[in-house]
Structure formats: C-alpha cells, structure tokens
Design a protein around this ligand. Structure first.
Ligand SMILES: *Cc1c(COP(=O)(O)O)cnc(C)c1O
Length: 453
C-alpha cells in the first residue's frame, strides 16, 4: 500500500498566516455603524477587541502576517498535524477518487479552534489585558480558549449555549479544568440574557444570544476584551496554518486537490483549509473547486441573503456584511452545535457572492451516516460538525465514480467526536431527524433586515 500519512517536521510549521483579503479583487465590504451606516474605523473596535486583532481584521494589503514566536512555540505542542490518505474510505466507496483529510482533531482540545485561541490570547496579553469573555456553542471554542487563556495567564468567562451546557457536560468540565468560569446562556447575569429569558423562559440558547451576553460582560468589566472563535477575518486568518501545511503535504503526496471541502459554521475551519489553495486560483488561475458544507437546518450560504446584519441576537455588534438568515433566526437544536450560527464571515460571503467558492447543505442524518462509515473505515470518530465535510467528500467521491474519473479530494477533519458520544447515542436510538428550513421560517427571519445593500 502506498504511503498513508504525510508528516511534516516542527520546522515546517508556517511562520506566517495567509491573508486572502490582500489577493481578492473585490474586497470584503467594511463593517458599518448601524445608526449612520458609515464604515467604522479601527479605533471604534478598540474597546471590544485587542488592537492587533483589529488591525488584522481590517488588513486588506498584506498577504502574509508573521506568526509571533510565542504562538508558534505553542503550536508545536501538536502541530504540524497529519495529512492522511483515506484509503479505507476510498475502498468502502469503491471510488476512483483519491481522498485526503487534514487531521485537526489531534489538537489537545480535539479541534482546530486552538489555532486562533492561542493567537488571540497572545495579542490580548501583549496589550496588558487581564480578562476576556467569550461564548461557546458545542463547547469546542470555549475549551480551546480556556486552555489558551491559561497558557497566557488571562482570566476567562465563557457563556455556553444552554442546550450544550446540558447535553455536553464534559466540555464544561474541560473548560473548568483549564480554569475558566462557565455560565449557561441565556443567563440572568446580563441585560441581554434577562430580556430573552423574560420573553421566552424555556429558550435553550443560541450562539447569537451567548455572543450578546459575552460582549455585554466585556464592556462592563475593567481591562477586559471579548474574543470570538469564528466568523471574523482575523479568526479565519489564524486558521490558515491548516491549509498552508496541507499544501506542503499534498506536494509530498505528489497530488494537487481538484476539490477542497470544509464544514461550515461561521467559516473558520473552512477558510483555514481552503484559503491557501484559493490563492492559486486568485493569483494563478488554477482550477479548483472549494466547497463549504453547511447543515440544511442552518443554510446561510445556500439559502440566506447577502446583506448587512448584526453578528449577535441583541444587536450589540456593528453591521457586518454577510450571507445571513437574519440575526433573530433560532436554528433547531441539531447535534452539530458548532454549525448553528445565522451568518457567514464577510470574506467568505464576498467569495461566495463572486462565485469563487461553492456551498452545499447536508442533512443531519446524512452527516451521521457519513460519520459512522468514516469511523469504521478510518478509525477516528469525527465531530458531528466535521461529519458534514465528510458527507460532502463522500458525495463528490460517488460523483467521481459515476463519471468514471479520478479526482483528488481534500477535506478538513476539524475535530473528533469523543466528547459528542451523546449525539451518536441519539442517532443510534433513532431519535434524530432531519430539519429542512421552511421558506416561511426563512422569510420571517430575513424580512425584518434593513436593506443597506
Ligand atoms: C466550531 C467548530 C466548527 C465550526 O466552526 P467554523 O468556524 O465554521 O469552522 C466545525 N468543526 C468543529 C470541530 C468545531 O469545533
């Protein structure tokens, strides 16, 4: 059998992140003041985010941004991550396609999220910030941020979506082990949380609500900033270490992907695996298909509108340009909690608008079916989120078989599912269903959006 695993050495960990905005012809639209509709200056964000992160967020000129040594040193705990040829999956599908996955599940917290968490904690520390707040859906980001905060000596408070707080108690324990304070959201500790609980006492929370609470606490706490695990440009930037390593590893394998796939919540792991490859398409005219795999119950890229919207439920954030389902959209409680977000990041949204990337929607049951097959033939139990990318890769491999064509498919395994076994239990018990978003529900949450664009 040919080589299965492509491993780099520590010296091959990238020394710079790739900033795709520098290479985009149509730049992402700027964030706006929701009142005046004027673009916001960097200074407007300083009370909320560490300055260096704001500068990265707005940088549309530098294609490469150096990774600080302190961050790169911590990356060495688990990076470079392996690129794996999925021979088992290829055989099970009897496909002529070559399937590769980048295994980000080997990080200490089990997902790609640590790539950005460490960078964000570093820049906060650099600036003399002592406290940070954030939100977490399934708990992956909170776990990563909790470790990163501890690594740089920061105090962290995490608002965790209530449904996950109850369904995924072990992610809470992980955050607590790393020393973070964890609060179920909606909570009574903020104005935003109290309002939502008053309006809807049984509400089990959403990322949008948890973001509102985390922002509110950050604004009220001395020497405190807010950090976010997805959606924003600087988060996508930090994740490009995934694709930059994968690029070298595909070279070792002697192949170049025809198709690159990432599951899609707010866009960070998708951006991470795909932007370094997208740069060959933007700069060299290279043919490559790039696919975002989102859940069919939260289909912002496939069925949402391109419009300015708030990033959170209460409307504390600026207006951000995005493919959105409306910031009041409350997605059903699917088990891929990390994909339950109403909008897409502004870079990805612009790329989608310009047809430089594609999107597909995946049903919950198809994702679990793909996950179980993958686990049985590759030996890794994937996170329910990552399973959407696997399902999409399988669909493309089956298509290659129908066409009788060899295609090279690369997907990102964003995390493992070992702390998500309750979701697998529910799947095996037959308790899971598919959720298609009705046009009626879609129109209801999109209609109130102001037509800024
Ligand atoms: C958070 C998470 C996602 C979704 O977030 P993105 O920013 O869209 O990548 C996907 N997979 C895993 C394992 C996650 O933890």
């Amino acid at each position: 059998m040919a080589t299965k695993k492509f491993l780099l050495e520590e010296k091959d960990i990238p020394t710079a992140w790739y900033n795709v905005a520098a290479d985009m012809k149509n730049k992402p639209l700027p964030p706006l003041n929701p009142g005046t509709k004027e673009p916001l200056s960097a200074e407007a964000f300083y009370p909320l985010f560490a300055k260096e992160l704001v500068h990265q967020e707005m940088n549309q000129t530098d294609a490469w941004i150096e990774i600080p040594d302190e961050v790169r040193n911590l990356y060495r705990i688990w990076r470079p991550t392996p690129l794996v040829r999925a021979f088992g999956l290829e055989k099970a599908l009897d496909t002529p396609a070559h399937i590769y996955f980048k295994n980000e599940s080997v990080s200490p917290v089990g997902s790609h999220k640590l790539n950005s968490a460490l960078a964000q904690a570093y820049y906060c520390k650099q600036q003399g910030i002592t406290n940070i707040t954030t939100e977490t859906g399934a708990g992956q980001w909170g776990a990563a941020m909790a470790y990163a905060a501890k690594a740089f000596g920061l105090e962290l408070a995490v608002y965790m979506v209530k449904i996950s707080y109850e369904q995924k108690p072990y992610r809470r324990s992980i955050m607590q082990t790393f020393g973070a304070q964890v609060i179920a959201s909606p909570s009574m500790s903020t104005k935003a949380g109290r309002k939502i609980i008053t309006d809807n006492p049984t509400y089990m929370g959403s990322l949008g609500t948890a973001i509102s609470e985390a922002i509110e606490l950050a604004m009220q706490t001395e020497n405190c900033r807010y950090v976010l695990g997805s959606v924003l440009n600087h988060v996508c930037l930090h994740q490009t270490v995934i694709g930059l390593e994968a690029e070298k590893q595909m070279e070792m394998a002697g192949e170049y992907p025809d198709i690159v796939i990432g599951c899609f919540g707010g866009g960070s792991n998708f951006s991470g695996i795909s932007f370094p490859f997208l740069r060959h398409k933007l700069n060299g005219g290279r043919e490559i298909r790039i696919i975002a795999a989102e859940p069919s119950c939260c289909p912002k890229l496939t069925r949402g509108v391109f419009q300015y919207d708030f990033g959170d439920e209460a409307g504390y954030t600026p207006y951000l340009p995005m493919f959105t389902l409306g910031h009041t959209f409350a997605p059903p409680h699917i088990h891929a909690g990390g994909l339950r977000y109403h909008g897409a990041g502004s870079i990805v949204s612009q790329l989608k608008k310009d047809n430089l990337i594609e999107a597909v929607d995946i049903e919950q049951l198809d994702a679990f079916k793909a996950a179980v097959l993958f686990a049985q033939v590759e030996g890794i139990i994937p996170a329910p989120e990552s399973s959407h990318a696997i399902a999409s890769a399988i669909a493309e491999a089956e298509q290659a078989k129908r066409e009788g064509k060899q295609k090279t498919i690369l997907f990102n395994l964003s995390g493992h599912g070992l702390i998500d076994m309750a979701s697998y239990d529910a799947y095996f018990a037959g308790d899971l269903t598919n959720y298609q978003m009705t046009d009626e529900a879609l129109n209801k949450s999109i209609a109130p959006l102001e037509k800024v664009i």
